[in-house]
Design a protein around this ligand. Structure first.
Ligand SMILES: [Zn+2]
Length: 171
């Protein structure tokens, strides 16, 4: 068998610039979705980016970066994944901290990290929605936020010292 050495084709300049343009547009689009998810109202969509995608399609979303639907959808998923990784890293940090430092776990997933309203009804299973301000997120994220906030908070013990009532479950 004889191997034929092929001569490399000269780079297609037009294709090259098109690709670079697409990459830049994708980066801007992903940035846009990262910011989009920053709003707490959209955090619940992190578990189901497909729903958000479908809603955007229904609303006739057009990418401001002139991306085709298949491309902005990828950017949206990518951004949701990045957010998910961010939360995972927070969980890891909080768990590490908890194992090294005593943190009062009371009301971890019942307190609102925004307005500090505490009520057992704020939490329904793995969902959290503040009955006072409407802040909404997954309850484990809420708990992580609350614990992170309590690290190094000297008032923590005083404020959360009251023993939990028997019919409440704490994580
Ligand atoms: Zn609240």
């Amino acid at each position: 068998m004889r191997t034929v050495k092929r001569k490399a084709l000269p780079p297609n300049a037009k294709k090259q610039t098109d690709l670079e343009g697409l990459c830049q547009a994708y980066t801007r689009e992903k940035q846009r979705w990262l910011q989009h998810f920053q709003c707490w109202k959209r955090q619940p969509y992190l578990e189901r980016p497909r729903t958000l995608r479908d809603e955007m399609v229904k609303q006739g979303y057009r990418s401001p970066n002139q991306l085709q639907a298949r491309h902005w959808k990828l950017a949206l998923n990518d951004a949701a994944e990045t957010w998910d990784k961010y939360w995972q890293s927070i969980f890891v940090k909080v768990r590490l901290k908890i194992s090294h430092q005593q943190v009062n776990p009371a009301y971890g997933s019942q307190s609102c990290p925004f307005c500090e309203f505490v009520d057992s009804r704020n939490r329904k299973g793995d969902r959290f929605q503040c009955l006072h301000c409407g802040h909404e997120n997954a309850s484990d994220r809420i708990a992580a936020q609350n614990y992170a906030r309590r690290f190094g908070d000297p008032k923590d013990r005083a404020v959360y010292a009251s023993p939990p009532s028997k019919n409440h479950s704490f994580r």
